[in-house]
Design a protein. Structure first.
Length: 318
């Protein structure tokens, strides 16, 4: 179905469209989200259709303030409470036991719900004006790199959603850290800008799932789908590796000196810059018909863990 997508800079206008049952893309500090009120079943259906998202992949529910956690979760463990106190609002999603106000269409039939309170002021105002909590996946077509500016949302979803609230580019550029706090021991399901080191400083017993434990995978249903993939193929390389470029349309992103002979390149000074630029660079490469993107793998610590995770998925390695 083709529809008119309203482009607006007005939070009030975007919230009014959401509150009348519309699907609205909005900025957050991680990536842009594609929102529908959890009290609007039709809008939730439309959201899955617009993204081309499989119905068995649950959505994160976004709230405007810590006080709203109780509107969607039925139990908050002591460890979850400690993480909320330290990191909400911010780039962290907690998986908690859901309560009856959260429909199974949002959680893909699970008894748990992902809950996030973003820090971006436009997102917070939008969520404050919303008449109920807002389910929102990243605002990209399923399988493509997440959208980190409104232009990327427009490219993927114009004519498929009711409204696009234009804001600034996302300052982090990588999706939120996800920690499952619904079981006896908290588990890091997705690495993000709140690093494992930061999480463990608050809750030391947090564990990780690794690709050597595939049986743990279904805990985060979305992780089984291909992600973040540009059309160009991804080749991973290590720091200062000598790369012999053979393709005429190759690109490079990383933190070391670029190889010679690339048609497009981005050298980042910090891991923060690398994270912020990654998905936009993937999209730029596709727009320029780049065939291979050489990506430097940062070290597996701090924000580097999240960048490595996205790169490995984009390369189809996990
Ligand atoms: O930064 C973010 O998290 C962005 C912004 C918009 O908030 N959202 C985002 O949503 O990245 P999405 O749908 O692209 O990724 C959410 C991931 C999926 O892999 C999904 O399977 C997982 O979170 N997830 C959601 N609810 C879950 C639950 N109850 N249990 C386990 N995993 C869950
Ligand atoms: Mg996504």
């Amino acid at each position: 179905m083709i529809m008119q997508t309203k482009l607006t800079d007005s939070v009030e206008e975007a919230a009014a469209i959401l509150n009348s049952g519309g699907v609205v893309a909005f900025p957050t500090e991680t990536v842009y989200g594609l929102g529908a009120g959890i009290c609007h079943p039709e809008a939730l259906l439309q959201l899955f259709r617009a993204k081309g998202r499989p119905a068995d992949n649950p959505l994160i529910v976004h709230i405007a303030s810590i006080g709203q956690v109780a509107e969607v979760a039925s139990a908050v463990s002591l460890q979850a409470a400690q993480l909320i106190e330290r990191f909400f609002p911010g780039p962290l999603t907690l998986v908690l036991k859901k309560n009856s106000s959260v429909p199974y269409s949002v959680t893909a039939g699970l008894e748990t719900v992902g809950v996030r309170c973003p820090a971006n002021p436009v997102a917070r105002e939008f969520l404050r004006l919303a008449c109920c909590p807002v389910a929102a996946p990243s605002a990209n077509r399923s399988g493509l790199p997440s959208a980190t500016n409104w232009e990327a949302v427009h490219e993927d979803l114009d004519g498929k959603i009711d409204c696009l609230l234009r804001g600034d580019p996302s300052t982090i550029g990588l999706e939120s850290t996800i920690v499952d706090c619904s079981g006896s021991r908290p588990i890091l399901l997705r690495a993000g800008a709140i690093t494992l080191e930061q999480l463990r400083a608050v809750v030391p017993e947090i564990t990780t799932i690794t690709i050597t434990q595939p049986e743990e995978r279904p805990k985060c249903p979305g992780l089984k789908y291909p992600h973040y993939a540009p059309r160009a193929s991804i080749v991973l390389c290590s720091k200062n590796e000598k790369i012999d470029i053979k393709e005429s349309s190759a690109a490079y992103i990383g933190m070391s000196e670029p190889p010679e002979g690339v048609a497009l390149l981005k050298v980042c000074r910090t891991t923060e810059e690398y994270g912020r630029e990654l998905f936009g660079f993937f999209r730029l490469c596709d727009a320029r018909n780049i065939s291979v993107i050489y990506c430097e793998l940062p070290s597996d610590e701090g924000l580097g863990r999240a960048i490595r995770d996205r790169l490995m998925r984009a390369a189809g390695l996990c």
